[in-house]
Design a protein around this ligand. Sequence first.
Ligand SMILES: Nc1ncnc2c1ncn2[C@@H]1O[C@H](COP(=O)(O)OP(=O)(O)OP(=O)(O)O)[C@@H](O)[C@H]1O
Ligand SMILES: [Mg+2]
Length: 351
Amino acid sequence: MPDLAINDLRLRLGDHEILKGLSLKVPAGAVVALLGPSGSGKTTLLRAIAGLEVPHAGSIAIGDRVFFDAARKIDLPAEQRGLGLVFQSYALWPHRTVFDNVAYGLKLRNTPAAEIKTRVGKTLSQIGLGALAERYPHQLSGGQQQRVAIARALVYQPPLLLLDEPLSNLDAKLREEARAWLRTLIGELGISAIHVTHDQTEAMAIADRIVLLDAGTVAQEGVPTALYNEPENLFTAEFMGSNNRLEGVLVDAADGRATFDIYGERITGQARAPKAAGAQATGIIRIESVRCTEEPGPNRLRMQFKTQMYLGERWELVFSTGDLTVRTYAHSPVSPGKHFIEFPPDALWVF
Ligand SMILES: Nc1ncnc2c1ncn2[C@@H]1O[C@H](COP(=O)(O)OP(=O)(O)OP(=O)(O)O)[C@@H](O)[C@H]1O
Ligand SMILES: [Mg+2]
């Protein structure tokens, strides 16, 4: 499949512009995770690509096949786009067997019975459900039902699979297994996929690239490590990972460094936005980057121990001073009282 290219897409629902000039590319054979908070437009974008919503500006094309182009008044109907769409609720027909659930769309398209049998059989065995073809949905586990929903989209042999939170109905353990399975399957089939999720760990695990949406625009797009390690803006820095947030006034900003005054201590980080001394700024640091120490030192704040939680492989510790609360991890519990909390300057981003 050639690349999917979306250019400056704008879409209104009711009185609101939901997609506000959105552009992105899905390279051939890639899995792209569409990530973003609730209401940011993920489902709307997927529906627009599938042909279920009509944008008022912009274009959508796979190579030279134009699906939608507002300027040229092209709007290919959903069935001619031939994309596989998997909804969050599996939407299986309860009174049809697994085989018939998967075969239904082909029957609607008047595919000959022999071909239906071959294609459904092949798809079911590809996704490991070959033995369950005669069962009904209520006789399947949640994970198996989710596979049937995916089989139903794959049976058309789509060049692009559109998945709207396909794993969110599964419990945490099953979800982790399913994402490894899904990632492998997409690779084996050699197709492209857009996988919508609001779970950033799932997005990083499953995708070659991530597109992070913020209120109908792209906040940042790139490989998972870039979004996690090199956020370009405050929204991306806060959305990815688990973070501490420090607010303060800049006392110094030069040579890519920015220094805050926080409760009388100088705390320095990497300057991530062009701001001058005297400006209000926000510091973001991942929980795993903060250290609990016992001596004073550069970039450390003396903070009061509040509580600690055992997480199995580590402890999560909570400290505070004034109205600042900071969380960190440690291999062993710490004693109550005051500790010196260090914010390594290279891991603190100042916006
Ligand atoms: N039919 C509609 N009419 C008007 N507004 C709508 C309609 N459908 C959705 N919206 C609004 O569009 C925005 C984007 O919705 P969308 O379903 O695309 O978000 P999402 O990113 O998929 O969120 P979630 O993670 O909760 O599924 C929301 O503010 C929603 O309220
Ligand atoms: Mg949605």
